[in-house]
Design a protein around this ligand. Structure first.
Ligand code: ADP
Ligand code: SF4
Length: 673
């Protein structure tokens, strides 16, 4: 039964002419699917509505070919084909009684129109302002006739949005795109759209009025806007518009806070900034905060800080989060871990995937549902070896299918790499990957976990299993072989070389000054550097990349990660390759042929590659044990993201009865024609 303290989350909320059935609001979020994958989008958004989200929004939706973000996926409402494509989504959302919202978008000087090849229309003629990914070229500064065009394009797109069946139409005035460029104090245009604040908000006001006139009561008008306590003027701007839209979708100016990686930002981080604006308007306010706790959600609503619980990532990690709260099953919520792997894949221009929810992006192409798997036609006895993310997910799904599952783990505690990594600075939420799966397995009588059970090939016959899934993981190498070196470094033995595994197991490099050689470029190098500093070591982080945490530009953690390194007193050396340890020093070659550096230190900790632990699999593959299948999954197959390990376990379990050759085409592809 539902906890009565959470009842408030299920109040209907009037939004202008429409009513949200509850307070769960999936705000616009990128998906990497965009206009090229309408069926994938519709299936994914439809499942969110099925899972109880009262409002389900699109990602940014271009109003005109002058706003194009190729090679990143974005939606479009340019023509009749787009209307038909969006109908797939609005129908899927309406089928479950939810409202569908569309975020109309004008890119401005953030984009370079690589696809349409039209000059981008920026407020000023400046180089593209998206510093996350720079391209040569400048925008054309818009003039008054462009502004008139912009208003016409926006109005026409709003009309198409209504025709496509949307219930809420956005004016999108933040995130650095064109409308936020107008709002910026740097907007010194001499005409009616620049200079003093009343002029700078003019375009947003006009678009809100235009949109309201266009939708003519058939849809609500929302505005996505930023307010931040550290920037008083944002509230002055908000105050000038406060009661114009039917709904405010508020966020903060700092995207690294809004989209903060859990290494640095925890649940409900935006609330103080949002609450101040909410007090200034009569209109309902939605805001995000990576909310996964129903208690926090209810408290935020009760406090009056906002009216609706906005979510992007929590709705990706668990599309059924509202339904679980409604049914009094909060403990079943698959909580987002804040790793931003979803965002990283959108940034890479491909459909989003999720560490916690391996079905994300597979709803249409593989027909995967986040809450349901088909029961096994003939339940089998299955051994899963290794209880890291891959093994746990495989065992869970096999158990849900009705198989008789033995999950063997060599160590005393389950979790594999997520257990080890979650003890490192900032990574505590990684443990949710393990804990959610254990909690689900706990209620499956047909899944048994055997800790402290290292399996060897000779054990198999006695176990009487038909299938074996080997999820034995990987370990970090100590040789420096990696992206930038096929040979690794040479050593005369004068420096101690520590392995990542030693630190993960709670050991210490046993040295004062540790050189971390990071050719991995994700979080592990910087996180180990912070851990070493905490335990009193001097730390130098050396990387062949131009910046530490290079891949962190995709996960919105690069800036914060580097800030943390600097403030912890870690010395960072970039564009350097460790090629030799000799005479008690590390020899660091310059990537570009500059002078080598000889760095005195006491130990070297390479973070460059992992070695798959596949000895058990190889031994089993050599002999016929009468198994119906033997499958290598997770990091033991190919070391990678935790998301990839979870996905691998999920896929292997779903395919146990059907997947003979892992490389046969297994999924539908969207064809544009
Ligand atoms: P993945 O990310 O692929 O799930 P992990 O490295 O997180 O891999 O987990 C692998 C798990 O497998 C570890 O917990 C490890 O202790 C366990 N393991 C490795 N070899 C064996 C084995 N022979 N028998 C049982 N457990 C094993
Ligand atoms: Fe959350 Fe990570 Fe999933 Fe994104 S990928 S929704 S941050 S768990």
């Amino acid at each position: 039964m539902r906890d009565s303290r959470h009842d408030i989350l299920f109040d209907p909320v009037p939004i202008g002419p429409v009513t949200a059935p509850n307070r769960f609001y999936q705000v616009p979020h990128c998906t990497g699917m965009g206009w090229r994958r309408p069926r994938s989008l519709a299936a994914m958004r439809g499942i969110k509505a099925e899972g109880g989200w009262g409002v389900v929004s699109t990602e940014y939706c271009s109003i005109h070919p002058t706003s194009d973000n190729d090679a990143h996926a974005y939606c479009a409402l340019w023509d009749a084909d787009d209307i038909r494509a969006h109908r797939l989504t609005t129908d899927a959302v309406h089928e479950h009684g939810a409202l569908a919202a569309v975020e109309l978008w004008a890119g401005g000087g953030m984009v370079v129109n690589l696809g349409t090849r039209l000059p981008p229309l920026g407020l000023r003629s400046l180089p593209q302002t998206d510093t996350g990914e720079v391209h040569p070229g400048q925008a054309r500064a818009i003039d008054l006739s462009d502004i008139a065009d912009l208003r016409r394009w926006h109005r026409d797109a709003a009309l198409r949005a209504v025709e496509a069946g949307f219930d809420i139409v956005y004016v999108y005035a933040t995130h650095g795109y064109l409308l936020s460029q107008f709002l910026d104090p740097a907007n010194d245009r001499a005409d009616a759209y620049g200079g003093r604040l009343e002029n700078r908000v003019r375009i947003v006001r006009e678009l809100l009025e235009d949109t309201r006139a266009a939708v003519a009561g058939r849809a609500a008008v929302a505005c996505r806007f930023s307010v931040g306590l550290e920037d008083a003027e944002t509230y002055d701007a908000f105050g000038l518009l406060a009661d114009l839209p039917d709904l405010w979708d508020l966020t903060v100016p700092d995207y690294d806070l809004e989209m903060g990686n859990s290494r640095f930002v925890k649940e409900n981080a935006l609330s103080p900034s949002i609450a101040r604006a909410t007090a200034m308007t009569e209109r309902p306010v939605v805001a995000v905060g990576r909310f996964t706790s129903p208690d926090t959600m209810a408290q935020v609503i009760r406090s009056g800080a906002q009216d609706l619980i906005g979510a992007a990532r929590p709705s990706i990690a668990d599309p059924f989060l509202p339904a679980k709260i409604r049914e009094g099953r909060s403990e079943d919520i698959r909580e987002c871990i804040g790793c931003n792997i979803c965002y990283a894949h959108d940034s890479a221009g491909v459909p989003i995937r999720c560490t916690q929810n391996p079905t994300m992006g597979e709803e249409w192409r593989q027909g995967w549902h986040p809450e349901r798997v088909a029961p096994a036609s003939a339940p089998q006895r299955v051994l899963v070896v290794g209880s890291g993310p891959a093994g746990l997910e495989a065992a869970r799904v096999l158990g849900e299918q009705g198989h008789d599952v033995l999950l063997a783990e060599a160590k005393r505690s389950p979790g594999g790499r997520v257990s080890a990594e979650s003890a490192l600075p900032g990574l505590s939420e990684w443990a949710r990957v393990r804990d959610w799966r254990l909690s689900q397995i706990d209620r499956l009588a047909n899944v048994q976990i055997f800790p402290e059970s290292r399996i060897i090939a000779a054990d198999i016959p006695a176990l009487g299993v038909a299938h074996v899934l080997v999820a034995t993981g990987s370990h970090w190498a100590g040789d420096g072989i990696g992206r930038h070196s096929a040979q690794g470094f040479t050593t005369d033995g004068s420096l101690h070389v520590t392995r990542v595994g030693t630190v993960l197991d709670g050991g210490s490099p046993g040295a004062d000054h540790v050189l971390i050689y990071d050719d991995d470029h994700h979080y592990m190098g910087p996180v180990l550097a912070l851990a070493m500093r905490r335990s009193g070591h001097a730390v130098t982080l050396v990387t062949p990349a131009g910046r530490a945490c290079q891949w962190g530009s995709y996960t919105s953690e690069q800036f914060a990660s580097n800030t943390a390194l600097v403030s912890a007193g870690v010395t960072v050396l970039t564009n350097r390759v460790l090629h030799r340890i000799a005479d008690g020093a590390a020899h660091l070659a310059c990537l570009y042929g500059g002078e080598a550096i000889r760095l005195r230190c006491d130990a070297v900790l390479p973070v460059t590659r992992r070695i798959p632990d596949r000895a058990l699999f190889d031994a089993l593959a050599k002999t016929d044990h009468g198994l119906r299948s033997l499958t290598l999954i997770g990091d033991a197959e190919a070391p990678g993201l935790i998301a990839a390990a979870v996905y691998s376990g999920h896929r292997a379990a779903r395919g146990l009865e059907t997947l003979t050759d892992p490389y046969t085409p297994h999924a539908r592809r969207e064809h544009p024609v």
